[in-house]
Design a protein around this ligand. Structure first.
Ligand code: SAM
Ligand code: SF4
Length: 474
């Protein structure tokens, strides 16, 4: 691999725009037989090429679209079962020197109250999150010279150091911050971050240039190779993403898939997660109020379904940008991780005057509390098992190692029972009475469903030990 620190010199983009356009053209008006052949391949869970993904996305036949959704549901269920990972974002700072035309934190937004949390403020926020029951956090930062790698690493240490009563501790800290150099990423690796997340926003260079007006983020290649540098530094769980609404969504999906392929080729492992935020209104951004490429809900759902088929073992992350009803649909066709009870400005969780639009990054579409989200996930026709499991990461099963295990049915065999135990922990320590009642019933049914008596007994024993006060069993 070329030196990925050396952006602009010996690096060049591996996103071949001409190829993407020509493949998109070739994928137009696909014959039903072609769509069905691709779906048959997808059922084998071996993934799809970017071209095959484009064919599915270019299909306009509603019945075939339904077949795409059904196949995605089948693949998702086969790999992930009914387990769903939950996390919360924690905004550490909103000071930013970049001018991203779509973001409320952009340097030109003078109406925004700027804030960087002190160690004491981080402590307060984490305590609130732990007392709600969160175990996995995504730390979010603006880009500013004062947030260097060492400073960011210290905020991670601060978060891990907070332990509250009951089972209150954060067990996995993921990071969404501006790209660093390899040395900087090593500093993050050394403090034990989980996933490093960074979204390319748009893979289309001209659009990228247009929406990134000033600041370090204007450097497309520096960002494009961020995942390579993170991997080089030893962070083998990396999360990529595109901001949908800036450019042609099919181009962006293909960009994501070509990026994933390149990473796999150069580093031996593709992305651990993919995110697909849709542009939301944000104070101080005209662009965010008028997205140039707005996807309908139907088309957006198709993007999620096609990503599930194209990269079956990669986690797909959905945030509270989308509303509750639509989130439910997206879960069915592919999403495997969601944020819940999110607040999107620094200090929001401990803010007695919460809901101040002057400090939010963007508008939240699902503002329910964690307990409400969980109750809906386990009620009615939904029987997801909410999971805060961090066992793999803590046992060193990351990157390539995790991907290999995922392909052998490991998620169903190990992640699901471990997830169930974290759910039991939540019910014991944090759930409302109503949620606890429904949740206990779900756990009883899940235990009953284990055909192998040894596994069922092992799990039942751990559930009983938790009722007796033990915690963090996996
Ligand atoms: N400053 C870092 C960066 O830009 O990579 C990380 C934090 S930034 C707040 C995280 C992500 O928020 C961005 O990568 C972008 O995709 C997303 N975002 C920004 N403005 C948004 C908006 N108006 N609606 C939805 N998502 C938005
Ligand atoms: Fe700053 Fe990130 Fe927002 Fe851009 S997206 S303005 S870099 S916080």
């Amino acid at each position: 691999m070329k030196n990925s620190n050396n952006s602009g010199n010996d690096l060049k983009s591996f996103i071949d725009e001409e190829l993407i356009w020509s493949e998109m053209e070739k994928a137009t008006n696909p014959a039903p037989a072609q769509v069905r052949d691709i779906l048959a391949k997808a059922k084998e869970r071996k993934g799809l090429t970017p071209f095959e993904a484009a064919v599915l996305l270019k299909n306009t036949d509603k019945d075939l679209d339904n077949e795409i959704f059904e196949t995605a549901m089948e693949v998702k269920k086969g790999i992930y079962g009914n387990r769903l990972v939950l996390f919360a974002p924690l905004y550490i700072s909103n000071e930013c020197v970049n001018q991203c035309a779509y973001c409320g934190f952009n340097a030109k937004n003078t109406d925004l109250e700027r804030r960087t949390l002190s160690p004491e403020e981080i402590h307060k926020e984490v305590e609130v999150l732990e007392k709600i029951g969160h175990k996995r956090l995504l730390l979010v930062y603006g880009e500013h010279p004062k947030y260097n790698a060492e400073w960011i690493a210290q905020t991670v240490r601060d978060v891990y150091s907070v332990t509250s009563d009951k089972s209150g501790e954060i067990r996995r800290v993921n990071i969404n911050c501006a790209p660093l150099d390899v040395k900087g990423f090593k500093a993050l690796h050394d403090v034990g971050i989980g996933t490093y997340q960074c979204f390319q926003e748009s893979y289309h260079q001209e659009t990228y240039k247009k929406v990134h007006i000033a600041g370090k983020k204007t450097d497309y290649l520096w960002r494009l190779y961020a995942m390579h540098r993170a991997q080089e530094a030893g962070i083998d769980d990396v999360g990529m993403g595109a901001l949908f609404g800036l450019f042609d969504p099919i181009f962006e999906v293909m960009g994501l898939l070509y990026h994933a392929k390149q990473l796999e080729k150069d580093c031996g492992v593709g992305p651990h997660t993919i995110s697909f935020p849709r542009l939301e209104p944000a104070q101080g951004s005209d662009l965010a109020y008028n997205p140039p490429y707005l996807s309908s809900n139907h088309n957006f759902k198709k993007i999620v379904a096609v990503l599930r088929l194209a990269v079956p073992y990669t986690g797909l992350i959905l945030t509270t940008r989308e509303n509750a009803e639509f989130r439910k649909e997206l879960l069915e066709v592919g999403v495997s991780q969601i944020s819940a009870g999110s607040r999107t400005y620094p200090g929001a969780y401990s803010d007695p005057q919460y809901d101040r639009p002057d400090v939010q990054q963007f508008c939240v579409g699902d503002s329910r509390s964690l307990d409400e989200v969980i109750r809906s996930l386990i009620s009615g026709d939904q029987n997801y098992v909410p999971s805060w499991c961090t066992a793999c990461y803590r046992l060193g099963r990351t990157g390539e190692h995790f991907m290999e295990l995922a392909k052998t049915g490991f998620i169903q065999k190990f992640c699901l029972p471990n997830g169930l135990l974290t759910f039991k922990e939540y019910l014991e320590d944090y759930a409302s009475e109503e949620t606890k009642k429904i949740g206990e019933e779900l756990i009883r049914k899940e235990l009953e469903s284990y055909a192998d008596p040894d596994r069922r007994n092992l799990l039942t024993d751990r559930v009983t030990r938790m009722e007796a006060g033990e915690r963090d069993l996996y």
